[in-house]
Design a binder for this molecule. Sequence first.
Ligand code: F6R
Length: 557
Amino acid sequence: MIEEVVERLNMIKMPGSIGIGHTRWATHGAPEMVNAHPHVDCTGRLAVVHNGVIENFMELKEELINRGHNFTSKTDTEIIAHLIEEELKGDLRLDDAILKALRVLEGSYAIAVVSLDNPKKIYCARNESPLVLGHSELGSFCASDIPAMLPYSKNVVYLRNGEFAELDEDGLSIRLVEDGSPVSREYTEINWNIEMAEKQGYPHFMLKEIYEQPVSLRNALRLQQRYLDLLTTFLDRGQDLFLIAAGTSYYACLAASYLFSKIARLTTFPAVSSEFVEQYGSSLGIDSVVLALSQSGETYDTLQAIEYARMRAATVLGVTNTVFSSLSRRARAYISQQSGPEIGVAATKTFTSQILVLLQLALRLAITRGKISQDDGDELEAKMIQVPDFVQSVLDRHGESIGALARKYLDSRLFIFLGRGISSATAMEGRLKLLELTYVPSLAYPAGESKHGPISVVEDGVPVIFLCPRGETRKSIVGSIMEMKARGARIISVCEEGDAEIISLSDDVIEMPRNIPEALSPIPYIVPLQLFAYHFAVQKGLDPDKPRNLAKSVTVP
Ligand code: F6R
């Protein structure tokens, strides 16, 4: 707790008029003292705090080590201090040295720098990670978000990507990182109360987190290569690969099982953690690999399952959003998905990032095993990089209008979600969101299976939500739509923009950007379903952040 630190270090009584600090969400290096911010250069004269992920930190670190720099932490942040130190060896002023150092950084960052060489100033810069600046009679301030700023200043400036700022007691000035040219920006007055501010102006954490997805997905594309390589090596060595998780994370496993099959030609066994030991326990051995997914890294059932797998000498791997969670401590190797904290009980941004992480693993494995041609691999990778933009365009287009769609169906007593292939995982996750937030009974099935039973509950007016991305499964989805329509269902389709056939068969349509490969479709296609569940809950007068009977992390049997 920050209050504890303030008290223990007696910070209020510390001499001086400037300071920087950062509550770290571990991305590189465990949450230990040595990795805590600020980080300093070799001289100890310059200190940096940083929120974000520096993509090229390994190359930069090696270069700096070769030039004689000593590193004390495992963080990516520390390279920033040493880079500035290196630039200062020339004849540059401190501000110019910082600007020069920033120009070689790749990735996301919001930083604040202080130096004994100019003890009255704080220097800040941002690329992708948020940073707000403020000035009042109390002084000048910078913070990641408005809640931290509010007690000190209601007049703020949102620093934009590629901007650098200097703060002192008189105010602040902004320049472009690119060429150092000055930028003028007006202050904005913030009239939010603290609760609104914590949600950054969104009415609920869940909505904020849905809208954060373009950023969290970009961070998921910036994973440390060596850990991706390490996991790929383990996956490659294993004979049987099990993908295990609970709830939403399980649906990410389900989607991943299609990806491993289609991209890497690898059979995997997705299983819910609570069933895993019963279902597959006896077949586990030294050649088995168990890849566990858990946002929190603390889900009881998942931890039990991996304990069992370890006991049977299987290799346990992890993907988690919580570095140093029980999962990451127990896994032989793990990847931190870097989605940032998720406060809403319903998983949203962590689901889309899990899939993106597993997609990268599938692609790597395909390349390692020679299961994908160079052209196909390049094409998939090019599309993968566009995923955050696809999601952004879905949010721009449908962010508001899905509220009206939810209103239209507010009286429905049953929903059915159907998809084929990888979209059956999207359908199941879409249904879970609606179910847990609104308590409206609903079913989700692979569309082909719907005629083996579920179709019996379809009658006049029952809404059936179809996931229909363009691709191999689209043709058979048309058949399923016809079947449901013939029984009086109201069809809501999530399909590609301009897909005339699907549109003509549907009562309501959510049109998605064109040219999204089916393999990538769960990520953008789940977004309108997250929004649908959110608006449905709000319009029913329910709190989407706190669904009844549910906890963010289920740590009990
Ligand atoms: C659904 C949801 C839960 C979790 C499940 C697993 O919105 O949040 O179903 O997905 O409890 O949690 P983790 O991923 O932390 O293991």
